[in-house]
Design a protein around this ligand. Structure first.
Ligand code: NAP
Length: 325
């Protein structure tokens, strides 16, 4: 079972599990449109949808429905990926961010604790639990010190996963994820905003790209690989927490340059700045230490920033060339 199956990571994880022969149950919330672009291929395949892939309506705030679905399906593995995933936006909507991300995770864990056969559980945690860390790189032992509502909510959920594992003996794990991107990243995240703008400017569909700070450094990986790592975490014989990262860090400026270089443009000619895009608090440099995941799970990020940029820009160029603006 996957919460957040319609999201970037959930859709990659769904594909991965289907390829492995799983039957996948996804929890989706009701919206005004039935469009689920990231699941379109599976959704429109009659051999998959309704046979090995099932979607169930529930909201993270709706405990009764989630309990009913879990009790009925009795999942063996539970991947909890749903949440308000935008750090910047969490300053504007802190209450719902904390309710869904912190309490929403706790509510699910309580339901799972009540099940006769308790499934293995993976929580998609975040490097935001470290806030502005004094230790570089950060690993599983780095103290939590979040500096955003999103980070506080993830820190609570991450610690509760540990409490449930240690106090109730449950197979509950945290994937402490550093930024991971893909062509499926939502367009209000800086990486996708950049790759889309580079493609649009190249094709004459846009003139300028407006950004906030470009000096922050991030550890950027490829979402598809992180979804596979989440699966590996639940296949190990012991429950534990793992940092998922590339172990390399680049600034937004580097990402920008790589994206515009890839389409043969100079970013300096096309970027303008606006203070409104700067976050109230933002870590300047983030770098994960993924050595435990490599040592224990045999997982290592293969795609680093420059390859990631190429994948994303090529996708956006192709999509725009087909007339999808
Ligand atoms: P995403 O693309 O924003 O997907 C979020 C998913 O959560 C969507 O399926 C969304 O459904 C669902 N959701 C949001 N609120 C919900 C609610 N109230 N009830 C039910 N479902 C709800 O995020 P992502 O990039 O795939 O990230 C997956 C998880 O990893 C998130 O928890 C995120 O915080 C965490 N994480 C991500 C990164 C990263 O770099 N991507 C890094 C660290 C941690 P709709 O489609 O209906 O909106």
């Amino acid at each position: 079972m996957i919460t957040g199956i319609t999201g970037q990571d959930g859709s990659y994880l769904c594909e991965h599990l289907l390829e492995k022969g799983y039957t996948v149950h996804g929890i989706v919330r009701r919206s005004s449109t039935l469009d689920r672009p990231r699941l379109q291929v599976q959704y429109s395949n009659p051999d998959v949808y309704g046979k090995r892939l099932f979607l169930h309506y529930a909201d993270l705030s709706d405990t009764t429905s989630i309990r009913r679905i879990i009790t009925q399906i009795q999942p063996i593995e539970f991947y909890h990926l749903a949440g308000q995933s935008h750090v910047g936006l969490s300053f504007e909507i802190p209450e719902s961010t904390c309710d869904l991300t912190a309490m929403g995770t706790l509510r699910i864990m309580e339901i799972l604790r009540d099940q006769p056969n308790r499934p293995k559980f993976l929580h998609a945690s975040s490097r935001e639990i470290f806030g502005t860390p004094t230790v570089v790189p950060q690993d599983e032992t780095t103290p939590q010190n979040p500096n955003s509502p999103y980070g506080c909510a993830k820190a609570f959920a991450t610690q509760m996963v540990k409490v449930y594992r240690e106090s109730h003996g449950l197979f509950f794990c945290n994937a402490i994820c550093y930024n991971h991107e893909s062509p499926r990243r939502a367009e209000n995240f800086v990486t996708r905003k950049i790759t889309l703008a580079a493609a649009r400017i190249k094709l004459g569909l846009q003139e300028y790209l407006t950004l906030g700070s470009i000096d922050s450094a991030r550890d950027w990986g490829y979402a598809k690989e992180y979804a596979e790592a989440m699966w590996r975490i639940l296949q190990h014989d012991q429950p534990d927490d793992y940092v998922l990262a590339t172990g390399t860090s680049y600034t937004v400026r580097d990402f920008l340059q790589a994206a515009f270089d890839h389409v043969g443009l100079n970013w300096l000619d096309h970027v303008q700045f606006d203070k409104r895009f700067i976050r109230p608090a933002d870590a300047e440099s983030l770098l994960g230490d993924p050595r435990k995941a490599e040592r224990v799970l045999g997982w290592k990020a293969q795609t680093h920033m420059h390859d990631l940029v190429r994948i994303m820009v090529d996708y956006d160029m192709h999509r725009l060339a087909q007339g999808n603006n």
